[in-house]
Ligand binder design. Structure first.
Ligand code: CTP
Ligand code: MG
Length: 220
């Protein structure tokens, strides 16, 4: 019952290029996984937190985040989400949150959950796009056109869903990096709320450096 946090943390972090799976990389005393779980718990939104990690990291993860339930993930993100969904049982709402967004502030979880409690079926945090966007020809690298960014938004997590809508969306197999996209494909409405710059995803070595600097700065 209530709202369940589902935190996919089973990726390898290939683009990050560290010598361990991304969720287990240290941010200066705590791992990415611990940071994400801690932030989710501090929001006071969740009745349960389920984290999905690589199969050989399950025992280690149970030691790192004893407050969470830990299950083994799969090859693609959507496999990991489905592995988490499989153990949810009864729940009203589910927030899916990339472990890699380790600096996400607790109030973003609250904002997404509130929107669901107010009747939304699916909710995504979004930010305006700050860079100019151009469509290019990927063969000759020439600009085709400049895209109007006024109506474009960059999507973050946590993404929130009614449990029913999420189960329907993931009933079919296939890879999807964006859970809300699956709900959209079924014809359901997806609501947006203001995202947060701190909810950026640690993807590259540059992002990791930023995350560590921000945390070190906070600590002083
Ligand atoms: N994820 C997962 N299972 C997978 C792939 C990804 O649980 N098979 C999770 C990651 O752990 C991460 C989130 O989905 O928290 C977003 O994925 P991404 O940032 O792409 O992480 P990785 O897949 O680990 O990174 P990369 O694509 O660079 O390997
Ligand atoms: Mg990935």
């Amino acid at each position: 019952t209530g709202t369940v946090a589902l935190i996919p943390a089973a990726g390898m972090g290939t683009r990050l290029g560290e010598d361990q799976p991304k969720a287990f990389v240290d941010l200066g005393g705590t791992t990415i996984l611990e940071r994400s779980v801690d932030s989710a718990l501090r929001s006071s939104v969740f009745s349960r937190v389920i984290v999905v990690v690589p199969e050989d990291m399950v025992e280690h993860a149970r030691e790192l985040v004893p407050e969470a339930e830990v299950v083994a993930g799969g090859a693609e993100r959507s496999d990991s989400v489905r592995a988490g969904l499989a153990v949810i049982g009864a729940a009203e709402r589910v927030l899916i949150h990339d472990a890699a967004r380790a600096l996400t502030p607790p109030d973003l979880f609250v904002r997404v959950d509130d929107e669901l409690r107010n009747g939304a079926t699916a909710v995504v945090p979004v930010l305006p796009v700050v860079d100019t966007l151009k469509r290019v020809d990927t063969v000759d690298h020439e600009v085709i056109e400049t895209v109007d960014r006024a109506k474009l938004r960059a999507v973050q997590t946590p993404q929130g869903f009614t449990h029913t809508a999420l189960q329907l969306a993931h009933a079919e197999s296939g890879d999807a990096t964006d859970d809300a996209g699956l709900v959209e494909a079924l014809g359901s409405r997806v609501q947006t709320v203001h995202g947060d710059q701190y909810a950026f995803k640690i993807t590259t070595a540059f992002d990791l450096r930023i995350a560590r600097l921000l945390l070190a700065d906070e600590a002083t």
